[in-house]
Design a protein around this ligand. Structure first.
Ligand code: HEC
Length: 261
């Protein structure tokens, strides 16, 4: 009797231990996940809108320079969809995410090749794609393979200049006299933007400057930390803490630019 109680206790302990390991394994796999699953679709939706704006702009533009800006805008947003999709390939919708990632990169290639009509169609279909069992569930390299540093940074510029107006938004939020992100500004659009910045921080981190890679890494990691902290404070609806994180984020931009830009 005693023996069987003991062995049951041992078995129970072993089970607890094994479950602990599974949890630990999941935590480790998820270690680099930037976007909570519940916020992923919103970011994809926001970037799809930017792709469509860019495509429309590129089709309508008459000047070469403007065509280029609008193509960059559409292509950057497509690559950000790819980055968001492959941010978590280990979850239960990993195969679907890998499918979206591949399609988003095809979309970027169509934009580059100025196949606008095909691009518009693929952008329209992207959210409801049928899962492709052949899509690889490993991350693919995006930095340099699809975007260079100037293109990564171009997302911060004004919409007319081929960007998404993010820099102006961050700087204007930082002028708040009460030093808070006001309740009216705490919305899904801003939350998506902070996740987007975290994703593009990873692309920035992959860049190797001519010198001082260590400093480069510090500021690109600061940018990511600031963005993720801002995201979590926005989710908590803590305007004051979100403002503090915003300032950290803005400091990472200016510190890096002072040295490297
Ligand atoms: C780790 C370094 C680093 C960080 C952090 C960084 N940048 Fe940059 N940024 C650069 C460099 C370098 C350039 C110049 C790129 C080039 O022209 O090739 C640049 C260029 C830019 C440009 C001009 C892009 C263009 O097409 O002319 C904008 C706008 C910009 N950054 C905004 C931001 C904002 C906003 C942040 C913070 C949220 C930020 N950057 C964070 C390094 C950084």
């Amino acid at each position: 009797m005693l023996k069987s109680v003991c062995s049951r206790a041992v078995r129970a302990a072993a089970l607890v231990f094994a479950l602990g390991l599974v949890a630990l394994g999941q935590a480790q796999e998820g270690k680099d996940v930037v976007i909570p699953d519940g916020d992923y679709a919103k970011l994809v939706e926001a970037q799809l809108k930017v792709v469509q704006e860019g495509l429309k702009g590129a089709k309508e533009a008459t000047e070469k320079d403007q065509v280029k800006k609008m193509k960059t805008k559409a292509r950057c947003a497509a690559v950000m969809i790819a980055a968001a999709a492959q941010d978590n390939l280990a979850g239960k919708d990993g195969q679907q995410r890998a499918t979206v990632r591949d399609a988003a990169l095809n979309l970027a290639a169509l934009v580059k090749g100025e196949k606008y009509d095909e691009a518009v169609k693929l952008a329209g279909d992207l959210k409801d794609l049928k899962e492709d069992s052949k899509a690889k569930k490993e991350k693919v390299k995006l930095y340099e393979a699809h975007l260079d540093l100037q293109e990564v940074m171009s997302q911060f510029k004004q919409p007319k200049a081929g960007g998404q107006g993010i820099e102006k938004l961050l700087l204007s939020l930082a002028t708040d006299k009460k030093k808070v992100v006001p309740p009216a500004a705490i919305n899904d659009a801003l939350l998506s933007t902070t996740y987007q910045i975290a994703l593009l921080s990873d692309l920035t981190h992959d860049h190797v400057p001519a010198k001082d890679k260590k400093d480069w890494d510090i500021w690109s990691v600061d940018m990511k930390k600031g963005a993720l902290e801002m995201a979590s404070q926005l989710k908590a609806k803590d305007g004051k803490a979100a403002f503090a994180a915003l300032n950290k984020l803005n400091t990472s931009c200016s510190a890096c630019h002072e040295r490297f830009k």
